[in-house]
Design a protein around this ligand. Structure first.
Ligand code: COA
Length: 335
């Protein structure tokens, strides 16, 4: 029988610095009232200068390996759009810092859908028998690419990392991932964009990079497409798992905006109490958002062993996806 990917460990890492809406209002033309009513966010964690994505990724990876009770894996996948360097990938460095030198390790870029793209990738290697155990990390430090003067994006994003260990198991086990579906639409490539620094608009040698180094977003467009795509992908993933949307015990959506989460839940006919959310405390942590929300839900008892869980995300590209799984008996560990 073909092996199924089974989650057997989960870890997290967050910077200690808390930035509240009032802190932002002290330097930008915004307010706690505006941010919390439009997004549901009250505070976020921001990495101190000198802390890179790879540092958070390593710590979350360490937590996940401890939670799994076995530090051996034969593959490391790091979903991020804020790697330590443009070249090379950050994953090999994270792997060696975790004592995993020699295993295949690479970065995967799908913006806020990165964790789900990584889950599909890790699951495929396990199903094919090419890997037995995979460490999948979602990590981002968006604070390093945000325009300090842009109140819209600074209100939304925070930094963090979350990780899971997947092992080869059986489809009937708690923790088994039963379906993942993904999609993309490149016509939306400029809805979420860092214009400069790539091969299309390289930074001129010797010059200080200008505005093009910053993340920009067409908020309303992203909002509309996020609701449509996350709802459709969730329905498809539920159907592939043989579930009706009403069978979902816990929807764990990408934590982009509390109103997006509410709208997706409404379209699926789910009461909002069946959604996991930590957006109030962490904001949007991009590729880290789903594993961080899973860890919070598991740690608080919101997620119980055997629960039918549906994950869904939308991100730049545009990219999106959804996955169905059952929840295993694992304790999240902070790295
Ligand atoms: N504080 C105060 N005003 C703000 C603000 C802030 N933090 N951010 C934006 N505004 C202002 C805008 O400048 C604009 O002002 P103007 O009318 O004078 O130009 C006004 O609010 C309306 O802006 P708009 O972008 O239309 O607001 P919105 O209601 O769409 O909310 C977002 C903005 C960003 C909260 C919302 O679009 C959103 O959440 N989009 C999805 C973003 C997302 O999830 N991204 C990641 C997906 S992976």
């Amino acid at each position: 029988m073909q092996p199924a990917p089974v989650i057997c460990g989960i870890g997290t890492s967050l910077p200690s610095r808390v930035v509240t809406n009032d802190d932002l209002a002290a330097e930008l033309d915004t307010s706690d009232e505006w941010i919390s009513t439009r997004t549901g966010i009250r505070e976020r964690r921001i990495a101190d200068p000198g802390t890179a994505t790879g540092d958070l990724a390593r710590a979350a990876g360490e937590g996940a390996l401890k939670s799994a009770g076995d530090a051996s894996v034969d593959m490391v996948v790091l979903a991020t759009t804020t790697p330590d360097h443009r070249c090379p990938a950050t994953a090999p460095d994270v792997a060696q810092r975790l004592g995993l030198t020699g295993v295949p390790a690479w970065d995967l870029s799908a913006v806020c859908s990165g964790f789900l793209y990584g889950l599909a990738c890790a699951s495929s290697f396990i199903r094919a028998g090419t890997a037995e155990r995979v460490l999948l990390i979602g990590a981002d430090t968006y604070s390093t690419i945000l325009d300090p003067n842009d109140r819209a994006t600074r209100a939304i994003f925070g930094d963090g990392a979350g990780a899971v260990v997947l092992r080869a198991g059986s489809p009937a086990e708690d923790g088994a991932v039963s379906s993942v579906n993904l999609g993309s639409d490149g016509t939306l490539r400029d809805a979420i964009l860092v214009e400069g620094g790539g091969s299309r608009s390289p930074f001129p040698p010797g010059e200080v990079p200008g505005e093009g180094r910053y993340f920009t977003m067409r908020g309303k467009t992203v909002f509309r497409h996020a609701v449509d795509r996350m709802s459709e992908a969730s329905r498809t993933a539920a159907e592939s798992a043989g579930w009706d949307p009403s069978d979902i015990d816990c929807l764990v959506p990408h934590q982009a905006n509390a109103r997006i989460i509410q709208a997706v839940a409404d379209r699926l006919g789910l009461p909002v109490e069946r959604c996991a959310s930590n957006i109030e405390r962490l904001g949007n942590t991009a590729a880290a958002s789903i594993p961080l929300a899973l860890a919070d839900a598991a740690g608080s008892g919101r997620l119980r062993t055997g629960d039918r869980v549906l994950l869904t995300a939308f991100g730049g590209g545009a990219t999106w996806g959804a996955a169905a799984l059952t929840w295993p008996d694992v304790a999240p560990m902070a790295g």
